[in-house]
Design a protein around this ligand. Sequence first.
Ligand code: TYM
Length: 332
Amino acid sequence: MRVVSGIQPTGNLHLGNYLGAIVNWVRMQDEGECLFFLADLHAISMPYDRAELGRATREMAAALIAAGVDPERAILFNQARVPAHAELQWLLNGTARMGWLSRMTQFKDKSGKNREGASIALFAYPVLQAADVLLYRATHVPVGEDQKQHIELMRDIADKFNADTETETFVLPEPYIGVTAARIMSLRDGTAKMSKSDPSDMSRINLSDDAALVAQKIRKAKTDPEPLPETMDELAGRPEARNLVSIYAALSDVAPAAVLAEFAGKGFGAFKPALADLTVARLAPVSERFNALKQDAAAIDAILDSGSARAAALGAPVLADAYRALGLLSGR
Ligand code: TYM
């Protein structure tokens, strides 16, 4: 089993990233060879602050380590230090189809009404994401539900590349998506996913938030006046309630039904303080480690340097195979 996944270094690591993806990354470190990276090349597909990107990349690396990614066991690096990602993307651009990319919901969401003004990088974003994974012949890609379409696309690209070149250059990766926390929603709107780009900071819990702020965000989270029911089915039509129950379940590592067994008949006046206590207890050690680690830029750079060298060595033979499969005369 070879595991590859990434996270954009823009904004804060929030509870959606943590429960939807990072918890599984940490778990998978014991089960296979893992490569985790900061997707700084993806970050330039949207307007961003050049002066901030380096700091944000180091900070996200610190957040991942604080959350349990262990640079001794997993290879941790940033894309920009491994040029093979960008290089392989170009090779895959010959395989990816305009029609496939046009169907990607992330492109539609992020380009909005201004499609003509969107960058080529935003359109080709999923091809770089395919390169990220195919470069290492990964078998498993732990992600949240929102990335499923991108994983299906990378399988299509790998399959067509292999078929067109009559080779077995790439392995078709499987998405690994947890059940309870696959899609954590905004605290302000149970129909929108919790996201780094939501303008309201009250919509998400960041791993860097202190205990008082976490409690305040949960207290102010949108809910309804009904008590909690006995089954998840009865939460249909109550997206905010469903979301808070899912968060509670994921944080305590039990099924949502077990949470309802405990809280059925109780209102949010009782549930929210319990959720706040649980969230603070789970996140406090992470945010403590994060605050200590992020001060030491040199240590983080050393980790990313060494991770990049290891990643580059693993990717090099696959990249060379891709050049050869395409009939390109390269010096590789
Ligand atoms: P990004 O940076 O948006 O998110 C990182 C991871 O967090 C998951 N996630 C969520 N899971 C549950 N509920 C949510 N509300 C939530 N919000 C985010 C995401 O699914 C993701 O797993 N394109 C990717 C980064 C990337 C990548 C890759 C991932 C680049 N190359 C190759 C896998 C493989 C992204 O922007 O994730």
